[in-house]
Structures are given as C-alpha cells and as structure tokens.
Design a protein around this ligand. Structure first.
Ligand SMILES: Cc1ncc(COP(=O)(O)O)c(C=O)c1O
Length: 392
C-alpha cells in the first residue's frame, strides 16, 4: 500500500527559518542579552532599512497593522462625522480603524479582476456622500489585496479631485510595485502588518507606517508613545522639567518590540529574493491552472508579492473538500464581506457592492510561499485539474 502523503503547508515559515539559520537566532539572543527590549537600537535600524526598501522618506514601526491604520487617522484628526472610503472585500482591520477613531467607513465596490477598489465607483461614492451631506469625506484607504497594488494613479486622481488623504493599506502587499514604484509614490501614507503569515512577517505582532511628510512623521512618533512631545513640539521652546513626560496630545502605546525588529532585519535581507520566488510560484500556477479555473490577473505594470494565490470556481466547497482529501490545505479570504457583518452592516455602501458579493462566493486561496517546490506544486495543480475534469 502506498504511504499517505503528508499535509502540504499553506505557508512554510519553517523553510524560511531554516534558510535564515543561526544568524536569526543570534539576532534574537542579542536583544535578550542586551536588555533593550523596548526601542532598542534594532528599531531605528529596521526603520531605516524599511524606508530604504519601500523608497519612503520616513518609516515608523508600530504595534500592529491595525494600529498602523489608526495612527495616521489620529494624526489627521479624523473623527466623528467624518467618512473614510474603503473596500468591504478585505480583512476587518481596514474598516475597523474608522470606528476606533469615531469616524465612519463608507464601503466601495472592487474591480472584478484584481479585487482592489474601483476608482470610478469610489468617485461616485464620494459624490453620493457629499450630496447626502451627513458625513464629511476625509480619506480613502485603498487595499493591496492578496499582495497586488491597487490602481493608484486613478485612485490618487479621485482623491486629489475631492481633496482627500490617501492611505495604502499594504498589510498584504508591502513590497508590491506599479510601474516600478511603491504605493507611497501616490499615497500620503502606506501602512503594513508584520503578522507572521504576511509576506514580510515577524514572530509576533508588528506594523509600520511609511510616509513622505516630516511633520506627519513627527506626529506619528508622538502618537505612538502616548502623545509625547516630539521635535516639532519642542522647537524654540524651553522647559524647566524633562520634556520626556510632556504630553501634547492623546496617543497610545504602539511600540514594536525590539526582538521583532531584530527578526525583521534578518527577514528583510532576503525579502526581494522571496518576492521573486513567489512570482515564480504564481507563474507556475497560472501556467498549470489557467485553462481550468480563473487564475488571478495582475494590474498592468504591477508586481504582486502574492500574499495569497486566489482562484475562482463555482464549486469552491467541493474543490476545498477534494483538496483536503489529497492533504492539500486551502482557505477562503473572505467568505463574508465586511458590509454583511454585524459590526459594519449599518455603515453606508452607496450603490451596493455586487462585485464584492460575487467574488466572496467564489474565491479560494491555494498554498503560496517562496519555498513551494515544483514537485509539491505539481501535486496541487494535478489535484485541481482532476477535480475539474471529474466535475466540470
Ligand atoms: C488588509 C489588512 N489590513 C490590516 C491588517 C491588520 O494587521 P494586524 O493583524 O497586524 O493588525 C491585515 C492583517 O492582519 C490585513 O490583511
């Protein structure tokens, strides 16, 4: 009798850890031995290297990708009565940031090919909210869903037309480019998450905000540590006490642990190579599956970091069960869009979200990581082809 095949990993963090080897463990131990657990030297070093990678004038590390979204909203004093436009076909954190500052998310439909926010529908949604006059449009959060860049030139033009700030929620897409440029080329800020399963992940929670404006960066530095006085608050002033405990605004504690920065410095050193490997895996999937399921198209001129490789099929549950039987994991991101979930159902979605609803009924994500070997990937492709042949 043939031996049962082992379950294929959905994301192979162990293979990455083996590649990084002893230097990764040494870097962690160095922090443990140094005692500089909070804001140790690795934090500044990582922020500098992250900014260089993302071609950003400034990068600020923080506690999570969720807080990375909240921090710029706080810096811009977005709050009650304000509208921030975002897709509903995304992880909850994208929309959650708005109620956390008292503002309202306004949901906009996505494009059927890339699942990223539809610029024409964005323009129409902003006009609808303005016409209604109940909320004041302030910002847009575009999401680089599953790793690929949103249509930033078109989205930025809509934001400029209406005078809105633009956040690129690149929690899944950090490292993606469009025409060779990172989303920050068009956006006011890019945010990301270092949740372990993200393309660039750490060994716990973490996030970052990248921006172009020095004053905004200074404000974010302040907000990350309880609104402490920062450079721009202190300039030209003298104090008869240590300004370290001078609080200028209400902030929060959103510091990243030094250990996570040490891990990320190691991971960043191989990230470009991993993005290239993910693109090779995506190309093999497209070649092996393009004639049997809908494989994901990438925006023209875009490079995805492939946080997920997501295909569409009418019998998603059947395919998932078939794959499970072959020891192949799969996942559905996202089966219930945010506008249909209880905490978000009362927020506006002008014009409805038909593309979002259709996509959420059909999508299924396959194993995707930089270490997926061709023979293992062949197993996945063959299993899908066999399922479609039998049921198609
Ligand atoms: C699109 C998107 N935005 C925001 C987040 C929030 O990141 P975190 O889990 O680090 O708070 C995530 C992932 O978790 C995400 O996928």
């Amino acid at each position: 009798m043939a031996e049962a095949a082992a379950m294929i990993p959905f994301i192979d963090l162990a293979a990455q850890r083996a590649r990084l080897g002893q230097p990764l463990e040494d870097a962690i131990l160095k922090v443990v031995r140094s005692g500089a657990y909070i804001m140790g030297p690795e934090i500044g070093q990582f922020e500098a290297e992250l900014a260089a990678f993302g071609e950003a004038p400034f990068a600020l590390s923080c506690g999570s990708g969720t807080e990375a979204l909240v921090l710029p909203l706080m810096a811009w004093e977005i709050g009650p009565g304000d509208a921030v436009f975002c897709p509903a076909f995304t992880f909850a954190a994208t929309a959650e940031a708005m109620p956390l500052v008292g503002a309202s998310p306004v949901f906009v439909d996505v494009l059927p090919d890339t699942y990223n926010i539809d610029p024409a529908k964005l323009d129409a949604a902003i006009a609808a909210v303005k016409a209604e006059g109940k909320l004041t449009p302030k910002a847009v959060i575009a999401v680089d869903l599953f790793g690929q860049p949103a249509d930033y030139p078109a989205i930025a033009a809509v934001c400029a037309k209406h005078g809105l700030k633009l956040i690129a929620d690149s929690a899944q897409g950090f490292g993606c480019t469009l025409g060779g440029k990172h989303p920050l080329h068009w956006a006011d800020v890019t945010t990301t998450s270092f949740f372990p399963a993200k393309p660039l992940g750490c060994y716990g929670d973490g996030g970052a905000v990248l921006c172009k404006d020095a004053r905004l960066h200074d404000l974010l530095v302040s907000l990350r540590v309880h609104g402490q006085a920062v450079k721009s608050d202190l300039e030209g002033r003298t104090f008869d006490h240590d300004p370290k405990y001078l609080n200028m605004r209400v902030g929060m504690n959103s510091r990243m642990d030094t250990i996570q920065a040490a891990v990320l410095l190691q991971k960043l050193s191989i990230f470009a190579d991993e993005i290239a490997a993910r693109n090779r895996v995506a190309a093999r999937y497209a070649q092996g599956l393009g004639d049997v399921v809908r494989v994901p198209p990438v925006i023209e001129g875009g490079v995805s970091v492939w946080a997920q490789y997501t295909v569409e099929t009418d019998d998603r549950d059947g395919l998932a069960a078939h794959l499970r039987g072959e020891e192949i994991p799969s996942a559905v991101y996202y089966p219930v869009p945010l506008h249909q979930q209880a905490p978000y159902a009362h927020y506006p979605a002008p014009g409805g979200l038909p593309v979002t609803e259709a996509a959420s009924a059909k999508v299924i994500s396959l194993p995707m990581h930089a270490y997926l070997q061709p023979d293992v990937q062949d197993r996945i492709v063959t299993a899908i082809r066999n399922f479609v042949k039998k049921n198609g």
